[in-house]
Design a protein around this ligand. Structure first.
Ligand SMILES: Nc1ncnc2c1ncn2[C@@H]1O[C@H](COP(=O)(O)OP(=O)(O)OP(=O)(O)O)[C@@H](O)[C@H]1O
Ligand SMILES: [Mg+2]
Length: 277
């Protein structure tokens, strides 16, 4: 697998949001690469900078220092045409599809929009919409309906179909299943995996849920206070966490087995005592 995305020593500062109006450093020198067809899971507590990294990759956060390269080219230095191509190659799926799907547009209009904007004719766009709906497991009569007529899981399928419309190489998935119940979550995750197997798309998969990250990721990166503190293959990071934060995160995950739950509770106490937290 060749490198698709290379983030090197990335610093993102939000102006005037820090102490006494100083810039707030949300990312403090983050390096991460994603290969073609790979899923990198990004975990970390709330406010650690996960979304900021995702937005930076999408060109939506200010790059203060460092570099973001896509297929070997610095994204901040692309010309207008290349930038347009990049906005097709990197797509995004958010936690709450309802906020990102125009409520007054039909599913057909929502899915055809990126296609026609890219110059596809109406007839071809119509055929592609049907193909996309089929790919995400929705019936083709969904076309004439509005987003509010679908369940949360179905709406997430629509958002995934829209992200897939232009055959992207990378999708930034920001907590895409966090708002779904467990069984819907599992089916949507299976869909992500199936799509990857079929198309070779790569994912930067942001989640706070270790079970989710383990299920989908080839590698896992752990973010803590604006830094990546641990990166490794999924089983390694979840089974033998190295960084104190990752150890706490792992022990915090609920487990169904009461004996295991008790063991973890005791381990959490011991760890908190030894780490002084
Ligand atoms: N547009 C912004 N302007 C100023 N500060 C911001 C902005 N976006 C994020 N931040 C700050 O940067 C830090 C990282 O935020 P970010 O949204 O990346 O965290 P996160 O890991 O995605 O959290 P969550 O799990 O809650 O979504 C937070 O302290 C946040 O307040
Ligand atoms: Mg976030």
């Amino acid at each position: 697998m060749s490198s698709l995305l290379e983030v090197t020593d990335l610093v993102v500062e939000y102006p005037g949001k820090g102490l006494r109006g100083k810039p707030f450093r949300a990312l403090k020198g983050v390096s991460l690469d994603i290969r073609a067809g790979e899923t990198v899971g990004l975990v970390g507590e709330s406010g650690s900078g996960k979304t900021t990294l995702g937005r930076a990759v999408l060109g939506l956060a200010p790059v203060t220092e460092g570099s973001i390269r896509f297929e070997g080219r610095e994204i901040g230095q692309l010309g207008r045409r290349e930038r347009r191509k990049l906005s097709q190659d990197i797509q995004v799926v958010f936690q709450d599809p309802y906020s990102s799907l125009n409520p007054s547009m039909t599913i057909e209009q929502i899915l055809a929009e990126p296609l026609t904007a890219g110059g596809t004719g109406a007839k071809d766009a119509g055929a592609r919409v049907r193909e996309l709906l089929d790919r995400v497991g929705l019936p083709s009569d969904a076309r004439s309906r509005l987003p509010r007529e679908f369940s949360g899981g179905q709406r997430q399928r629509i958002a995934i179909a829209r992200a897939l419309a232009l055959d992207p190489k990378l999708i930034v998935c920001d907590e895409p299943v966090s708002a779904l119940d467990l069984s819907t979550q599992a089916r949507v995750l299976d869909l992500f995996i199936e799509i990857q197997e079929r198309t070779g798309v790569a994912y930067l998969f942001i989640t706070h849920d270790l079970a989710v990250v383990r299920h989908v990721s080839h590698r896992v990166a752990v973010m803590y206070q604006g830094e990546l503190v641990e990166t490794g293959d999924g089983d390694q990071v979840t089974a033998r966490p190295q960084h104190p934060y990752t150890q706490r995160l792992f022990l915090a995950a609920p487990v169904p087995n009461p004996d295991e739950q008790r063991k973890r509770r005791e381990a959490r106490r011991a760890l908190a005592a030894s780490q002084n937290v």
